[in-house]
Design a protein around this ligand. Structure first.
Ligand code: PMP
Ligand code: GLN
Length: 384
């Protein structure tokens, strides 16, 4: 393994899912639903397979039906217009979108500012692209993890090439507010920065929170690469269909990298996702309400078990603080949890450069059936 990747080892998600299988634990670690997405979307995939649509290499940028559906989705929900031919690119999940974007846009030595804790592939992809990551730490403040805008401004240097944003945010569940996004946009314009915004949880926002795409802010459309994923929005994480929307020069750059990573992927699934994106609003509302009920169920269970719970405004993850349980080391806690309670969770420290800042935080996924969450809550109650 080369020096760029040596520090990354195996992803925590693979490690913890393997531990769940080995120990027969309830897996609230890796974020994947235990119920598949809509029947009619699965049927659409079967039809495409059977009718021979997408069984051979699809077009490099993605099938036109899907690019059109992605553009229509951005228009309908956010009044953002993208040309399906030049401003939309289909990728092998959001993961490839992130990798291709960073590989396409970074020069060796460029600095990338990302909020810490950050989704684990960000660090690895910045490293593969030869960039330098500059973490800005989200800190607990009145029940949620917030950004210190002064810290963000101070992190920008002459070498900063881009801001890597994630809202709704994995693992904290923070949804950036209009004020925070306005400040980020102003900074990007002032310092002439590119912005890559990972919005894969765009449909999972709860209570008063609202998902506001960064590309809708003044001066942002032309400097922003927006990333989405059917894995999250339609509960098909195994299909690996994601996308990028941006102005033509940025999409063309990302496509240059993408063509040598996977070239294309997921032929028949692209047809199915095109149909999924055209589902009526009732699908998206029901999906969100279902996840909201699950959030409340798991949050109550975790609070009863003695955790401090940061109730997420978005995503399907809950970050907790284990210190009320008399614990301080999330790694040790998560490694012992299968044995102690038959539950698997993720230590947030893996998402930090400043590991000590993340040490007492542990993430639980709630994209699971109600009976599974109830059983997990019952098991966790033993920790008290
Ligand atoms: N970004 C974030 C913030 C995520 O949580 C995930 C999935 N866990 C991804 C990207 C990757 O998405 P995909 O499965 O579509 O590659
Ligand atoms: N994004 C998912 C999570 O945060 C996991 C995806 C993966 O395993 N790479 O749990």
């Amino acid at each position: 393994l080369n020096r760029r990747l040596a520090e990354f080892g195996t992803t925590i998600f693979a490690e913890m899912s393997a531990l769940a299988v080995q120990t027969g634990s309830i897996n609230l670690g890796q974020g994947f639903p235990d119920t598949d997405g809509p029947e009619e979307v699965r049927e659409a995939a079967v039809r495409a397979l059977r009718d021979g649509r997408g069984n051979q290499y699809p077009p490099g940028p993605g099938i036109p039906e899907l690019r059109t559906a992605i553009a229509a989705h951005q228009e309908r929900r956010y009044a953002l217009s993208y040309d399906p031919d030049t401003e939309v690119l289909v990728t092998a999940g959001a993961t490839e979108a992130i990798a291709a974007t960073l590989l396409a846009l970074l020069e060796p030595g460029d600095e990338v500012i990302a909020f810490e804790p950050y989704y684990d592939s960000y660090a690895a992809c910045i490293a593969m692209a030869g960039g330098t990551r500059v973490p800005v730490t989200l800190r607990p403040h009145e029940g949620s993890f917030r950004l210190d805008l002064d810290e963000l401004r101070a992190a920008v240097t002459d070498r900063t090439r881009l801001l890597l944003i994630n809202t709704p945010h994995n693992p904290t569940g923070t949804v950036l507010t209009r004020e925070e996004l306005t400040a980020i946009a102003e900074l990007a314009v002032e310092r002439d920065l590119l912005v890559v915004t990972d919005e894969v949880y765009e449909h999972l926002v709860f209570d008063e929170a609202e998902h506001l795409p960064l590309a809708t802010f003044p001066g942002m459309r032309e400097r922003t690469v927006t990333i989405g994923s059917a894995g999250k929005t339609f509960s098909f994480t195994g299909w690996k269909v994601g996308w990028v929307t941006a102005q033509p020069a940025l999409v063309s750059a990302v496509r240059s990298a993408k063509q040598f990573l996977t070239y294309v992927s997921s032929g028949p699934f692209q047809y199915a996702v095109a149909e999924a994106l055209s589902l009526p609003d009732t699908y998206f509302t029901a999906f969100r309400e279902d996840m909201l009920a699950k959030r409340d169920l798991l949050a109550a269970g975790l609070a009863d078990a003695g955790f401090e719970v940061f109730k997420p405004a978005g995503t399907y993850f809950i970050t907790t603080d284990i210190r009320p349980l008399g614990e301080t080391d999330g790694f040790a806690f998560c490694r012992a949890l299968p044995e102690r309670a038959g539950v698997v969770a993720i230590p947030n420290a893996v998402f930090y450069d400043h590991r000590e800042a993340g040490a007492p935080f542990v993430r639980f996924a709630f994209c699971k059936r109600t009976d599974v969450l109830e059983a997990a809550a019952e098991r966790l109650a033993k920790l008290r």
